[in-house]
Design a protein around this ligand. Structure first.
Ligand SMILES: *Cc1c(COP(=O)(O)O)cnc(C)c1O
Length: 348
């Protein structure tokens, strides 16, 4: 099968976006300093803006969301304890057991009755204290939830989850790589969501379309310790203002437009739902998970690629397509039918 050098449509992930010309100009013009030595002015500005938007004392810029998640866990957990989190959490499946390798904690996957765990599931997962029981040290939430197809946990449910955690004095970390999408999809403010957690990670390189980076936000003392963790993990970077300028540009200019991605994802979901028996859960945000009636994800991905469209395999019976800045609804309307074609052919 032929692979197109430059695909007609690449919806593998919202991480494939390239910085726009205006974003590149903002990056090129950024005022910079040595962020390890004495702080980079543009990075400080980004951190101030993000802390303010999320209603937290302090923010710290990280090279990646994974490093920010792990720093949050490193500073708020204790070795030899467990983290309680949703069974499909990014922290469990896509961070190559960093919780075990770096933080010395084990994960306790909680499987909810629905697609994302709820307060009652979390409450049921907390072990009664005993000399035989593993002590919990933290709860991690994820909103939107990547593995659940960009599902939004609404504010009332997030508050209920936080209140279960706080009822047993556990700190809460929110993996909010796509919290921006949750805010746009619901109209709930970032700060209201963030108030449900002690620390929050937000990513700039997903739907917001910046090339690199994430922030961890939280109380000043926790973020000061996370700064030490970042240094220890090798995440101290120098003239980070060039990256921070891209992130600042993204926060200022690409936040409201996430609504377009949500519309495009719904459009694509309708286009492919039912083709060859494939099933789509209608997306809350920008991620379309396509469940296949039999395990043939590799075949579907290869057939789509041969037609010039790149999608990703989630597991043997599921493929994923994600709407983003460089895959607007017009392009999806033009080339999305090729995904339907690949499904029909693979499932014929
Ligand atoms: C992408 C992602 C991360 C990690 O971010 P990176 O910058 O790729 O390390 C964490 N959590 C969720 C839910 C994500 O989608």
């Amino acid at each position: 099968m032929t692979e197109f050098a430059a695909p007609l449509l690449d919806v593998r992930s919202d991480t494939v976006t390239r910085p726009t010309a205006a974003m590149r100009r903002a990056m090129a013009d950024a005022e910079v300093g040595d962020d390890v030595l004495d702080g980079d002015p543009t990075t400080r500005r980004l951190e101030a803006v993000v802390a303010e938007r999320l209603g937290k004392e302090r923010a710290l810029f990280f090279p990646s969301g994974s490093m920010a998640n792990q720093a949050a866990i490193w500073v708020q957990s204790t070795p030899g304890t467990e983290l309680l989190l949703d069974a499909d959490a990014h922290i469990i499946h896509w961070e190559i057991a960093a919780t075990a390798a770096l933080c010395g904690v084990q994960v306790r996957p909680i499987r909810g009755a629905g697609s994302v765990f709820r307060a009652a599931d979390l409450a049921a997962g907390i072990r009664a204290p005993s000399i035989h029981a593993i002590e919990p040290s933290m709860v991690c939430l994820e909103n939107t939830h990547n593995g659940a197809g960009g599902a939004v946990t609404p504010l009332n449910e997030l508050r209920a989850l936080a209140s279960v955690a706080r009822g047993v004095y556990l700190p809460v970390h929110l993996d909010g790589a796509r919290l921006w999408n949750a805010a746009v999809a619901t109209g709930t403010s970032l700060a209201d969501f963030a108030a449900c957690a002690d620390t929050v990670m937000v990513s700039f390189s997903k739907g917001l379309g910046a090339p690199v980076g994430a922030c961890l936000v939280g109380p000043a003392d926790v973020i000061a310790r996370a700064h030490r963790a970042r240094k220890r993990f090798g995440g101290g970077m120098r003239q980070t203002g060039i990256l921070a300028a891209g992130a600042l540009y993204a926060v200022d200019h690409h936040f409201d437009r996430l609504a377009d991605d949500h519309e495009a994802a719904t459009y694509l979901a309708r286009l492919v739902d039912g083709v060859g028996g494939a099933r789509v859960i209608m997306p809350d945000t920008n991620i379309v998970m396509i469940d296949l009636p039999r395990p043939c994800a590799d075949d579907v991905v290869a057939r789509a690629a041969a037609l010039g469209v790149r999608i990703s395999k989630w597991h043997n019976s599921r493929v994923r397509a994600v709407a983003h800045l460089d895959a607007p609804i017009g392009l999806i309307a033009e080339h999305g039918p090729k995904i339907a074609q690949a499904l029909a052919d693979a499932l014929a």
